[in-house]
Design a protein around this ligand. Sequence first.
Ligand code: AMP
Length: 367
Amino acid sequence: MKLVLIGIQGSGKSTQGNLLSKQLKLPYLSTGHIFREIAKEKTQLGRYIKETVNSGLLVPDEKTIEIVNSYLTRPEYKKGYILDGFPRTLEQIKEFKNNVDKIIYLDISQKEAIWRLFHRDDNTRSDETLPALKKRITLFYKFTEPVIGYYRKEGKLIDIDGTMKIEEVNEEILKGLGKQLIKNQVTNWKRKQKTIIAIVGLPGSGKTDAAAFLKSKNLTVISFGKTVIDHINQNNLPHSEQVHKKVREELRVKYGKEAIAVLNANKIKEALINNQIIIIEGMRSWEEYLYLKKQFPEVNLVIVCIYSEKLLRYKRISKRNNRSEHYGEERDMGPTIAYADHVIKNNYSKEEFYDKLELTYRTIYFS
Ligand code: AMP
């Protein structure tokens, strides 16, 4: 199902878009958000977009269309999406390569929009100033009202009174979309394959951070690294690299090179009963990968590699409490890294890293 949310700033598009995304299992995409991200880039395009967005003007159609069309070719959007902020002009409708099923128009007055702007307690956007808002509203009536008219004629418009409470607006939208449409969407989803996301990467690349972040999103994380740590703790051994290596080797003699996967197989099986997606942190050997493939043939096994530059990794490792001399060159994780389905670079800020992680997760979740 392909949906579009239309409304002036403050009408609740992103609130409703995020709610619908969870309810309908569809990815939510906002052109405003895309442009604000581009605006952070220190490039000519970044500076230009920043100026345009902050002044409340529209990004030229040609650029907007090019960006939106290229975003929507990503696999996560193949089965549908919730698009917020596009199309905003008749020209954009004309050049838009994708069809839409329904347009949801969240209607609020200008007065209400201004009131909401000044009563938002999470106001962190640099483009949310009164002059920019006023400009945006003027442009909305000039360019976007004809878009609403266009879709109304096509019979695709759902008119919603945006001044109601969040839950009421949501209810009205769901009603407007129709039971059948939603039912199809959700049953399609239910038939989907289960997924294991295996996070791999050299020491210091940020696997633990990545796992903690995904855990904070209520995902089930099974840590392969912890298997060795637990074993060491149980036997009251010190956490030196030699001990880690020795324990790993002992387990490998007993269970083969896939030892850690073998020891976690039951945990994984159980976790898959109640979860559509689970995360494995710290998969290493290729044998572990092959073992998981064989044990869980119905499951989609996706490798996500976290990559960080060497010096950064070394710096992070040297700050650790234990095993701070261990850089990973001798580890046998080459193939799992080389075969990764996704690579995330973790060379910059945490915020940027988490954004990328979330994007990668969504790509896997929706494709
Ligand atoms: P929004 O968050 O939807 O209010 O968008 C913020 C800003 O991004 C707008 O004021 C425009 O500068 C730009 N923008 C977002 N979507 C579009 C679009 N479809 N066409 C042109 N500019 C857009």
